[in-house]
Design a protein around this ligand. Structure first.
Ligand code: GRF
Length: 201
């Protein structure tokens, strides 16, 4: 991965606050050598689409619409290729990727998950953490592979769980850290890609 400017695609399904954190970090120069090429949502009603529009970021909606997961992913991958996307950031994208997608962007797909993986993969990790009586929680950015939230970990941030916490209060505390962690992790991945390509030249 050696680019003049790495072209990032951000995939969302809903609120899009992590997408906004990434866009704002790129705009603010906190992810050097990157640009956001496109935001893709699989949901036409995703609130994040409006946030992207307000920031002048192009977005497209690619709904599954009764197709197989593979056919849906083929259309997304075609869109990514058309826009010369180098790195894909899943940000609250609520679909499992098919082999078609994974094979096309292997090692270049990142996800953020609101737990300290490998603890609490899957749905509602904040509730899982509270139900299990965990004392700390956090968030993880990892590479996406065939496993559920199980790909190689890039970076994590930790938060305390307080006795009075609800799912909402804990989720809000974690989300604040997600918005810091995701740009840091993307910068790290791009920096390593640049330095490994420099070492080869
Ligand atoms: C975040 O908690 C993220 O970790 C998880 O889904 C949530 C998405 O929130 N994968 P947002 O759409 O980025 O606001």
């Amino acid at each position: 991965m050696a680019y003049a400017k790495a072209r990032i695609a951000i995939l969302i399904s809903g609120r899009g606050s992590n997408m906004v954190a990434l866009v704002d970090a790129v705009t603010g120069g906190r992810i050097p050598g990157a640009e956001v090429a496109i935001v893709i949502s699989d949901q036409a009603q995703a609130a994040g689409l409006e946030s992207a529009r307000q920031r002048g970021i192009e977005s497209v909606v690619i709904q599954r619409g009764g197709r197989t997961r593979e056919d849906h992913d083929r259309e997304i991958v075609a869109e990514l290729k058309r826009r010369n996307v180098d790195l894909v950031c899943l940000a609250g994208y609520m679909r499992i990727l098919s082999q078609v997608f994974l094979d096309s962007y292997r090692g270049r797909i990142l996800n953020i998950h609101p737990s300290l993986l490998p603890a609490f993969p899957g749905l509602n990790p904040q509730k899982q953490a509270l139900d299990q009586g965990a004392q700390t929680a956090g968030c993880t950015v990892h590479f996406v592979d065939e496993t559920l939230d199980g790909g190689p970990i890039i970076a994590q941030r930790r938060v305390p769980i307080l006795p009075e916490d609800t799912v909402e209060s804990l989720s809000a505390r974690i989300l604040e850290q997600e918005h810091l962690l995701y740009p840091e992790a993307v910068s790290l991945v791009l920096r390593e890609a640049q330095s490994s390509s420099a070492a080869q030249t």
